[in-house]
Design a protein around this ligand. Structure first.
Ligand SMILES: [Mg+2]
Length: 299
């Protein structure tokens, strides 16, 4: 992977560096070098630089929120420029939990062309080289009958829960998950805070998840209690590791995320045997770590 002959810079500096490298290696020249060199010299100079600069088989894959941007904020010009520079050296991809509309708001309307791979909704919507290569949804995966049974049972359960405040939007059906809130999603911030306190004492969400997990065991769902007022239900494996099925041909997958701890939405892909996981503290930390890993060797 780190073949010195491949670490060639572009431009006239690069050409000089290439000549110097060739000269310095001439003392330890054997027939394998000759084969490599003959192959290498077959291509026009410009093409040789383009081939040489990107490391084959390696991808740098990034979470969005907290990794490329501040949470729920847009990307900075500094980060955009950095990603463009990084893409000259390695294959670059992003994987976000949000849908493509939200990711485009954060990373720009040209996002699908700015990265080699773009995975929205953890990869349920997948783009490669600017083209849509795959979609998956809860509706297709579970089927209407299963979804109806789940919604019916959940609504009955919610109606029977004894909690002090109930508002509206108890079940939200999304393309990759079902979000369930015992108090209802359109409560006020004050009511959210109250519910969170109440739930800590009475374990409303925990008990409900236990019942649903047993009742719908045949659907192989994962339940995730997050935030203050709700929990998510989604098919097993529909976390960020879902996108890895599009990266089979890449041997070395470096993943960067901010929520890599247990229970965080980067945990599964960070822990996956297919990836080399990196925890970042902020977008600036992402730049620092990538500079050390991928750019310093080229400088
Ligand atoms: Mg994040």
């Amino acid at each position: 992977m780190d073949d010195p002959k491949m670490s060639v810079k572009s431009g006239s500096d690069g050409y000089l560096a290439l000549r110097m490298e060739l000269r310095s290696s001439i003392t330890s020249f054997d027939y394998r070098d000759f084969v490599h060199l003959s192959f290498f010299m077959c291509f026009p100079l410009r093409l040789r630089y383009r081939m040489a600069v990107r490391r084959p088989g390696l991808i740098a894959l990034f979470d969005v929120d907290g990794t490329l941007t501040a949470p729920r904020k847009g990307v900075t010009p500094k980060m955009l420029k950095f990603m463009q520079d990084l893409r000259k050296v390695v294959t670059v991809g992003i994987v976000g939990g949000s849908d493509l509309v939200k990711i485009s708001e954060q990373l720009g309307s040209t996002v699908t062309n700015d990265y080699d791979y773009v995975f929205a909704e953890n990869g349920l919507v997948a783009y490669k080289d600017g083209k849509l290569v795959g979609t998956q949804s809860l509706k297709t995966h579970l089927g209407d009958e299963n979804i109806r049974d789940f919604v019916n049972f959940t609504l009955h359960y919610l109606a029977d829960i004894d909690i002090p405040i109930k508002r509206g939007t108890f079940i939200e059906f999304r393309s990759g998950m079902i979000n369930v809130s015992p108090i209802g999603r359109n409560c006020s911030q004050e009511e959210r805070d109250e519910f969170e306190k109440y739930d800590k004492v009475h374990n409303i969400r925990g008990k409900m998840v236990e019942v649903l997990r047993e009742k719908f065991a045949h659907l192989n769902l994962t339940f995730s209690i997050g935030g203050q007022i709700s929990f998510d239900a989604f098919p097993q494996g529909w976390d960020k590791t879902y996108c890895l099925k599009y990266l089979d041909e890449l041997e070395e997958i470096h993943f960067f995320g901010d929520k890599t701890y247990k229970g965080g939405n980067d945990h599964e892909i960070y822990e996956s045997a297919r990836t080399v996981g990196h925890t970042v503290r902020s977008p600036d930390d992402t730049i620092d770590q990538c500079t050390t890993l991928f750019l310093n060797k080229q400088a």
